[in-house]
Design a protein around this ligand. Structure first.
Ligand code: ATP
Ligand code: MG
Length: 578
């Protein structure tokens, strides 16, 4: 069968489908397509993305979002967003709202399919009662520690709780009284009655409900018993009529429990759980617990620090959502654990930004240049292409005058062999303007270069010479008088270890120079109209994005990515022993 054409009433705002099902089918789409052919779920496809609102979404979640929404789009299905909000102690509305913002920002729209596991608390309670009635669940008085001890190990079977054989009536009574608040937190739990000798520890009478007096962000103090993840998740999927419950590999050992819950509660809709490998990214940690530690220890400024692998962090850093979707499509779907090179994401970002970012000139570390033969008060406007990759992007006017700033790094008084930029006596091109030649170097009392004296060739306007003379370098520049001063934040990877946490504590692998703040940057005046979130390329320097910290008088720019992969070069040099 050919998959139905894309786009469905249930999933709108779908990502640009220049990616989608034109690719070879991954193993999940292969299963879904076969199920459709076999009319397995009455020809329906329904997926869901089930975040727990206990932190912000990260790039790993993006993979799951792109998969779940992508499958729904490809097979004319629906994709629900369901908050798995069963642990009030760790959850917060701040996260609920941020997660929705992030999913929308990424380019997906759940339409009317927004759900909360907490909306099912009453029904879930009813399913638990049904399990008790069927002799499949019991109230246990063992403490948490005792339950752990009785559970056994991978090599030793567990032991039965002395409370395991309570009568159905007693269990029903105790469970009702648990709900009514008669018992203290932790004094009793409801457990599934499965098999204490199972080779799968998850099947050794797992806990289904615990007593916890906590204010829930949606249900307030209505409940003092809360259902556990495995029980809630399977039944929420069933209640919503999910057909394919896509989750990460660590849930593979939970699948028998997922199926047990659905079978023993005798629900009619029994979704199929399929596991895929979670995304791991080199030089990155992707666990909410670890990300929270980075924040709490003050190593980053918050969830939206541009060095964080969170979607809010990446957005603030300037990554376009399309680059993230392209990345998720490109890494594919694996069944086995793997680590994706962080460079793959950076590459996707460069590709997208190259197409979409207007070019501007900015000088990070300015060196003053006086063009001696250029008239004193003259200002010319030179025309520059906004984006050579996009003919529709047009041109802009940039002021040129006698006193300019060039990048300090673009001058060498005593140039090494492969240095082709400006040097005494050498001629270079100023982008879109003129050829200039350095004729003198001015130093201060300490011998520090403070200024260059140059001459320009008036016949080279626009940056080419009528006599066909060639130069080896084209430099960016700004005119001193019209330039704006902005702050620039240069980010690098947050960790220096490829797999942080593998050989030493992940906090020890922090890159001490992951942020460099530069306050001297001068930019061309066209930048003045940019506002928070706007992106551009600083020619020859990288892609940048205006930070929300900017105020009227002071723009702040984050570097999203450099123009080239500097880490690959470092790795090559290290391999070559250099
Ligand atoms: P963390 O380990 O960071 O706390 P989590 O799995 O507990 O993440 P959830 O909010 O429960 O976070 O995740 C929502 C969904 O996103 C789940 O279906 C989960 O499998 C998926 N997911 C989480 N991390 C990744 C990842 N690194 N790669 C792919 N999918 C992921
Ligand atoms: Mg989880």
């Amino acid at each position: 069968m050919t998959p139905p054409t894309k786009g469905s009433p249930g999933v709108s705002g779908s990502p640009d489908k220049d990616t989608g099902s034109t690719q070879p089918l991954d193993f999940i789409r292969t299963i879904v397509a076969a199920d459709l052919v076999n009319q397995k779920h009455d020809g329906r496809v329904a997926t869901r993305f089930p975040p727990e609102p206990n932190g912000y979404l990260h790039i790993g979640h993006a993979k799951s979002i792109c998969l779940n929404f992508g499958v729904a789009v490809d097979y004319r299905g629906t994709c629900n967003v369901r908050f798995d909000d069963t642990n009030p102690a760790k959850e917060d509305v701040e996260y609920v709202n941020a997660i929705q913002d992030d999913i929308r920002w990424l380019g997906f729209d759940w339409g009317k399919h927004l759900h909360y596991a907490s909306d099912y608390f009453e029904r879930l309670y009813g399913y638990a009662v049904r399990l008790i009635e069927r002799g499949k669940a019991y109230v246990d008085d063992l403490s948490t520690e005792q339950i752990r001890e009785y559970r056994g190990t991978l090599i030793a079977p567990g032991r039965k709780s002395p409370y395991r054989d309570r009568s159905v009536e007693e269990n029903l009574d105790l469970f009702a009284r648990m709900r009514a608040g008669e018992f203290s937190d932790g004094s009793k739990v409801l457990r599934a009655k499965i098999d204490m000798a199972s080779g799968n520890i998850n099947m050794r009478d797992p806990t289904l409900y615990r007593i916890r007096r906590a204010i829930h962000h949606r249900t307030g103090n209505q409940w003092c018993v809360y259902p556990m993840y495995d029980f809630t998740h399977a039944l929420s999927d069933s209640i919503e009529g999910i057909t394919h419950s896509l989750c990460t590999l660590e849930f593979e050992d939970h699948r028998p429990l997922y199926d047990w819950v659905l079978t023993e509660t005798e629900v009619t809709c029994h979704p199929q759980q399929i596991e895929f490998a979670r995304l791991n990214l080199s030089y990155t940690v992707l666990s909410k617990r670890q990300l929270l530690m980075l924040i709490e220890k003050g190593l980053v400024s918050g969830w939206d620090d541009p060095r964080m692998p969170t979607l809010v962090g990446m957005r603030r850093r300037g990554l376009p959502p399309k680059a993230i979707r392209t990345f998720c499509d490109r890494i594919g779907m694996a069944k086995r654990k793997n680590v994706v090179d962080a460079a793959v994401l950076e590459h996707a970002a460069r590709e997208e930004l190259n197409q979409t970012s207007p070019r501007v000139m900015a000088v990070l570390r300015p060196l003053k240049v006086v063009i001696q033969n250029y008239p004193e008060n003259k200002i010319e406007e030179v025309d520059l292409l906004n984006n050579p990759e996009n003919p529709d992007a047009g041109t802009r006017k940039v002021p040129f005058s006698r006193v300019l700033y060039l990048e300090r790094d673009d001058f060498s008084e005593d140039p090494p062999k492969k240095f082709f930029r400006l040097a005494p006596g050498r001629e270079v091109r100023l982008r879109g303007a003129y050829f200039i030649t350095c004729v003198d170097v001015v130093k201060d009392g300490q011998g520090e270069i403070v200024e260059l004296r140059c001459t320009y060739d008036p016949t080279t306007r626009g940056g080419s010479s009528p006599d066909g003379r060639k130069v080896k370098a084209t430099l960016h520049w700004v005119s001193v008088e019209q330039a704006l001063t902005v702050q620039v934040r240069l980010y690098d990877r947050l960790f220096v270890d490829e797999h942080p946490g593998e050989h030493r504590d992940f906090l020890e692998a922090i890159n001490p120079s992951s942020l460099e703040v530069i306050n001297t940057c001068r930019v061309e005046p066209s930048v003045a109209s940019m506002t928070s979130g706007d992106r551009c390329q600083f020619e020859r320097l990288g892609y940048f994005c205006v930070d929300p910290d900017s105020s009227d008088g002071q723009l702040v720019f984050n570097r999203t990515v450099s123009l080239r992969d500097v880490w690959a070069k470092i790795a090559r040099t290290m391999k070559a022993g250099g």
